[in-house]
Design a protein around this ligand. Structure first.
Ligand SMILES: Nc1nc2c(ncn2[C@@H]2O[C@H](COP(=O)(O)OP(=O)(O)OP(=O)(O)O)[C@@H](O)[C@H]2O)c(=O)[nH]1
Ligand SMILES: [Mg+2]
Length: 384
């Protein structure tokens, strides 16, 4: 017995010595620079990778000679909502990236009240013309693939065409050269990758940027953003048409229980009392009414919401007339929160996750919790 105990003790001590030696004598990672903390390394690496992708998108989208550039012309129809539309455009841009083509958007009829190009910068400042010397159609016969201009008539033809050789051109994953580096600095490389393209697509025109900045400032002031004991939290509740056949109903309390759990966790980590200030966005104004009632009984969180935007969003048929600025504002404010609860069955929730993942301005990696599906980009829903 004594011998066995001694052997066991010897093994334990030897293991401890081996582990200690490993950490003491381990050469510093070749990727880490001298005196750099892990946090600084992550920041630097993420910024370098983001620059690489943005430079490449910029170069592809702004060819010196537009007349000679290889192009991918994407028709974008108003047959789905805002989140769905931006994801379609991002998919086109990713395909352009993978196939070395400049993406030209054909934005016919896209949003009637406030047209798309009044809010967002164009995808290019040198090349907006979809003309060329040879034309092909996405999914058409083999010779189409080498045409100077390839046209995509609907997004559906692009993602559902599984025939060779087109299948090989679909951006079903991100390039391997990013995979190993990204894996070290992002918990969600796919969200980061999609976010890079989203950030490019959603570059705002200066006046839109100004109004978004002003809305963020108001929200931050209202939430006492600089008070470290108050956490800005976002909740997005997608209801109305989405519940017909695309997603399940979750009561507001299901969202709030994640908020409360997060607040308890933060209290444990930071060792002090923490409360939340919730920005609630929804296409269902009743959700905001319900939250206002619950707020009265809660000492852990306060509410911040805009009923008039939700009322506007409720009218499904009006969404393409007046709804774009409302949803854009809601998305930007949600992405500005530290912690967000939503449902990945909605492309609005995915959009918020993507924008948060590329926002390195805060030194805190925010979190997005989905009550239903896990995040997926490449096989996302394409319905209205
Ligand atoms: N203002 C506002 N509008 C919303 C909100 N949630 C949904 N909407 C409206 O509903 C539309 C949602 O449509 P999509 O963008 O297609 O998103 P989805 O239906 O959730 O997702 P998919 O159709 O699966 O891509 C948006 O374009 C808005 O008009 C919200 O929180 N605020
Ligand atoms: Mg939809």
């Amino acid at each position: 017995m004594i011998l066995q105990a001694r052997i066991l003790y010897f093994i334990k001590v030897s293991c401890a010595v081996v582990i200690l030696c490993y950490f003491v004598f381990l050469p510093p990672s070749p990727l880490l620079q001298q005196n750099e903390s892990i946090q600084e390394f992550i920041h630097r690496e993420r910024a370098e990778l983001a620059d690489l992708v943005q430079e490449r998108i910029n170069a592809l989208q702004n060819p010196d000679d537009c007349a000679k550039a290889k192009k991918l012309v994407c028709m974008v129809h108003s047959n789905c909502g805002f989140g769905c539309t931006v994801h379609h455009i991002v998919y086109c841009l990713m395909t352009g990236y993978m196939t070395n083509r400049t993406v030209i958007l054909n934005l016919k009829q896209l949003y009637k009240g406030v047209p798309w190009n009044h809010v967002f910068l164009p995808l290019s400042s040198t090349c907006l013309e979809g003309s060329g010397i040879s034309y092909g159609v996405w999914g058409g016969g083999g010779s189409n693939i080498s045409a100077q201009v390839v046209k995509v008539s609907t997004f559906r033809t692009m993602i559902s065409n599984k025939e060779s050789p087109w299948e090989a051109l679909r951006p079903t994953r991100f390039p391997p050269e990013f995979e190993s580096r990204l894996g070290k600095v992002s918990n969600d490389p796919l969200i980061w990758w999609a976010g890079q393209f989203m950030a490019y697509v959603m570059r705002l025109r200066p006046d839109t940027e100004k109004s978004i900045r002003e809305a963020k400032r108001k929200m931050r002031e209202g939430m006492r953003y600089n008070d470290s004991s108050i956490i800005p939290i976002g909740i997005h509740v997608r209801r109305t048409d989405k519940l017909i056949k695309e997603a399940e109903y979750y009561p507001l309390k299901a969202y709030l229980s994640h908020v409360e759990r997060h607040l308890r966790l933060r209290e444990k980590i930071e060792g002090k009392a923490i409360s939340g200030h919730i920005f609630l966005a929804s296409d269902e104004p009743k959700v905001i009414e319900e939250a206002r009632k619950l707020e009265k009984n809660s000492c852990k969180w306060k509410l911040w919401a805009n009923e008039s935007i939700a009322k506007d969003a409720e009218k499904v048929n009006n969404r393409f007339r007046s709804g774009m600025l409302g949803i854009l504002m809601d998305v930007m404010l949600l992405a500005d929160c530290d912690f967000v609860v939503c449902t990945f069955s909605s492309s609005i929730c995915k959009l918020v996750a993507e924008l948060k993942e590329v926002d390195d301005a805060k030194d805190y990696r925010g979190e997005v919790v989905s009550l239903d599906d896990p995040f997926s980009f490449f096989d996302f829903n394409t319905t209205v």
